[in-house]
Design a protein around this ligand. Sequence first.
Ligand code: XIL
Length: 310
Amino acid sequence: KTGIILRDLAEPRFFGAAANTTYLFHDEKYTELALTQFSIFTPEDEMKWGEIEPIQNVFNFTGADEIVNLAESVGAKVRGHNFLWETHLPPWINESLSAVEIDRALKHHITTIMQRYKGRIYAYDVVNEPISDTPNATFRQTIWTDKLGQESVAKALTYAREADPVPKLYINDYDIEGINAKSNSLYEVVKSLKKDGVPLDAIGFQSHITLGQVPSTMKENMQRFVDLDLDVAITELDINLRGPANETALAQQAKDYHSVVSTCMEIERCVSVTVWGISDDHSWIPDGEVLPWDANKNPKPAFFAIADAF
Ligand code: XIL
């Protein structure tokens, strides 16, 4: 017990975690950290298309409900994650659907979920990972762009706003933390969406970062999106050691966490910092020791660095 409560230190910003129902209420120490340290939660997988609408028009809200209920029980917010993505799709979303059918499916999916959680979800990652990793390609090629073209992004955002005008609508992506070809592509896309009047409130910077590689241009980059009248958030932060967890590595990891959280603190419209998991034993990156709590749920140097930065 450290006596340090990160969610309190983060105020008025939110400190968040990806929550996973495999461990929530099954792993006691994990659950205790979830209930005490965080003021915003993202369902790690429970709202992904394949889990929440595995069969067309058959919704399974069990996991998402569990996380929304948990959040409400501790006065925390929820980031819905996500609607338009190429991954975690159910088998029924496939190339045999016509453009009209897939468009209808998209609208129905977004509308059904947002209406169910009306008033209970603070923000949605409406569009996840839309930008290509290939320089100058701009949009990632997916079933969505194959069927609906680049318009798929504007469609998803528009359907979301129509379903519920209140939640903040995000585009969320990785490797866009610093100024680089990919964030430049995103920046141009966002400018053009704004110019066309497409509803968009914020950009999520996933921030899956390798040890020692926090981009030096992160603040400048996030600020240029804020200057387009958007909120920004760190949405999936983890720092991958890619090597042994010796004292030097853990100290560098702490430094990296400190630097990302401080960057958010320096930007008035940076609303939250979310870590992608809680403890190293339950991370999506099994051997990276990427999180602020170790496999025994003990706070690592990174934990104290986050406290310090808030
Ligand atoms: C990951 C989850 O953490 C895993 O449990 C799952 O198996 C795969 O997806 N970017 C995202 C997240 O937007 O949804 C991904 O989450 C990690 C990368």
